[in-house]
Design a protein around this ligand. Structure first.
Ligand code: LRH
Ligand code: MN
Length: 424
């Protein structure tokens, strides 16, 4: 299913007058508006291959129909999103949920949709039917060397798939940990996990990165062997220059100051990337910016300030990925909203008067500092984000066009009501 270019142009023509009025209004107060628009155009967010179908919980899963049945159909869906918002030019695969049988054909298909392959994801948190050893008691932390060896070989296999597809990074998230005090020797679990990661690190091609993703709890509920940013930083530092930490917004304990964690990891040069989502309680994997958009803005404020302090390229020096699960919404609509929320937070952060903020901080003018931040946060930057999309050939209002073009209805016609996508 494609939304043809003339359909997008027709949609934009209908909305152009209203858009131009709104854009001119906000742009009048943005001195470097051309730079801001270019940065927004360059900022691409990778779409997770495992979030293109309806997600569920242990209590139930309610499929919405027309879900992708293969990696090819997943690439088509990510390509469709990208044609609408020109902001999701990459797909992040999860192995073995999405094994590219014919890598060259998959690479060509993705390129036809303007897509590249972002970080590959390994999976040692489920037992595959033909698997010799179970990961019930962990993978790299496991007391049994044979289980650790199996997990290391799987990650090296995932790197091989990534090399064939032109990816240049792997995200290692370990569900390893314990559910009860006494179950695990923390020191030995850390040491075994480090040795396993070192064997995987040794298999990385020269230009590759390894992202060590931490998580406070679930599926283990007493300890996680990569449980917080400090533990992830410890691993990444001991592993070497190609290893970084990965911040999944939903993987923190309640009220964690994620923007401070981001600032410090960036300052260490050990922040590798993000799994964007939102949450109110645990790893809820909700739409980005749907629960705590101010926190997302504060995170981007630290990112822009910290990346500029290190002269980093905003678009390419960190991994920008979504990791969400859609239990009650159309997965594609949810992803369009998540990408929009990310671009809005980035645009707001680009509007922060950093010089004035520095002066307020240097003179302990707390109220002034707050006002400077909230001036940016309370600026309606949506016309700037829309203008960047328009200039890139996307739709002024992607979600509205997705609906008016009856995309989901067509997908259900093409694929059926009962199709189930691989993933969570
Ligand atoms: C773990 C996680 C990890 C993925 C999985 C789908 O909670 O965030 O990034 O492998 O979700
Ligand atoms: Mn994640």
């Amino acid at each position: 299913m494609q939304v043809e270019k003339y359909i997008i142009e027709g949609h934009n023509n209908d909305l152009l007058t209203q858009h131009t009025r709104k854009f001119d209004f906000v742009a009048a107060d943005v001195p470097n508006v051309k730079t801001v628009i270019q940065k927004l155009r360059d900022f691409q967010v990778a779409i997770p291959s495992w979030a293109l179908g309806t997600g569920g919980t242990r209590f139930g899963r309610f499929s919405g129909g027309g879900e992708p049945r293969s990696i090819e159909e997943k690439i088509e869906d990510v390509g469709l999103l990208h044609s609408l918002n020109q902001s999701g030019g990459a797909i992040s695969l999860h192995i073995p949920w999405d094994v590219p049988e014919n890598a060259q054909a998959i690479k060509t298909l993705a390129a036809q949709h303007g897509l590249r392959f972002d970080a590959m994801n390994s999976n040692t948190f489920q037992d595959q039917k033909d698997q010799q050893h179970s990961y019930k008691f962990g993978s790299l932390q496991h007391v049994d060397k044979a289980v650790r060896k199996q997990a290391i070989e799987h990650n090296i296999d995932v790197i091989k798939h990534g090399v064939e597809l032109g990816s240049d990074s792997i995200t290692v998230w370990l569900s390893d940990g314990s559910c009860f005090p006494g179950q695990l020797n923390f020191r030995k679990a850390f040491q075994r996990t480090l040795e396993g990661l070192q064997e995987i690190y040794a298999a990385l091609p020269a230009n590759w990165k390894m992202f060590v993703e931490y998580k406070a709890f679930e599926p283990n509920f007493y300890s996680m062997t990569v449980g917080d940013w400090g533990q992830s930083l410890l691993y990444a530092t001991k592993l070497g220059p190609k290893a970084y930490t990965l911040v999944d917004l939903g993987h923190h304990l309640p009220n964690a100051n994620i923007e401070q964690i981001v600032a410090l990891l960036l300052n260490e040069g050990k922040l590798g990337g993000f799994h964007f989502n939102d949450s109110k309680y645990g790893d809820d994997d909700l739409t980005v910016g749907s629960i705590n958009p101010y926190q997302l803005f504060l995170i981007f404020n630290e990112l822009v300030e910290g990346m500029d302090a290190r002269s980093m390229n905003h678009a390419s020096d960190l991994g920008w990925m979504i990791d969400a699960s859609h239990n009650v919404k159309d997965p594609l609509e949810d992803l369009l909203q998540s990408v929009e929320a990310i671009k809005i937070a980035y645009a707001q952060a680009l509007l922060v008067d950093t010089k004035a903020l520095q002066q307020a901080q240097d003179s302990n003018d707390v109220a002034r500092a707050q006002e400077i931040l909230q001036q940016a946060y309370r600026t309606d930057v949506r016309p700037l984000v829309a203008e960047a999309r328009l200039q890139a050939g996307g739709a002024l209002q992607p979600l509205a066009l997705y609906r008016s073009a009856k995309v989901r209805e067509q997908l259900i016609k093409d694929r059926g009501q009962k199709t189930v996508a691989t993933g969570l």
